[in-house]
Design a binder for this molecule. Sequence first.
Ligand code: ZN
Length: 256
Amino acid sequence: MGRLNGRTILAIFAHPDDESLACGGTLARLADEGARIVLLCASRGERGSPSGPVPDHELGNDRARELPDAAAVLGIRDVLLLDHPDGNLRWAGVAELHAQIVLAIRHYAPSALITFDEDGLYWHPDHIGVHERATTAVRSLGADAPPLYYVTMPSGVMRAIVDAATARGWTPPAAGFWSLPPNAFGDGQRLPTLVVHVEDCVPRKLEAISCHRSQMGAANPFTSIDHQEARRWLGVEHFRRAPEGVSNERVLEELT
Ligand SMILES: [Zn+2]
């Protein structure tokens, strides 16, 4: 029986893999403490960056199959995979996604809700859209709203991982990993109000990331760094408690 037995945490992200990359360690720690973790993923990620030759129409199905594997590694008990259009989450189905998030909050009565911060980790419009929908959903619940935590990636982390992997012989794709410059990750992060140490969960976080095979491929920077480097760069996760969410519950604070 963990000290968070009976508590529920609702994590809301945009694509399969966001949960593992953004805060897989914290979700695993919360699950270890007995919390029920519910993941709401807004899209099937059908417009992601396939690591191999996957027919376009298959990518969403592939990613939908990968997500439960990652969830199992992290101890996520419930996965709610929605089918909003990947790439258009900020503008399409706004009212519907808002209503689905409100419904999930009412149904699961979480003690805390986790989603992206306003920088969307690296200014990804879908991530920003999910940040906006989760924020307005929580705000609309007024006094019933659970506390809302925004997750950010510490600035410089992805750069360090890519540099360490490159020093060990990994060759970054010409266009950048996922067509992104590493410095984009954490570029807009605001100061965290919570720093959660997840060093002991890093092997599971890495395993969960690797479950997203269609996005990671056989050779990616995460599998090219050693254990110490992984602990150093992936062993700390940053959160900011949002002004929305008026409940006094302090579930994430219990991890610090
Ligand atoms: Zn994403």
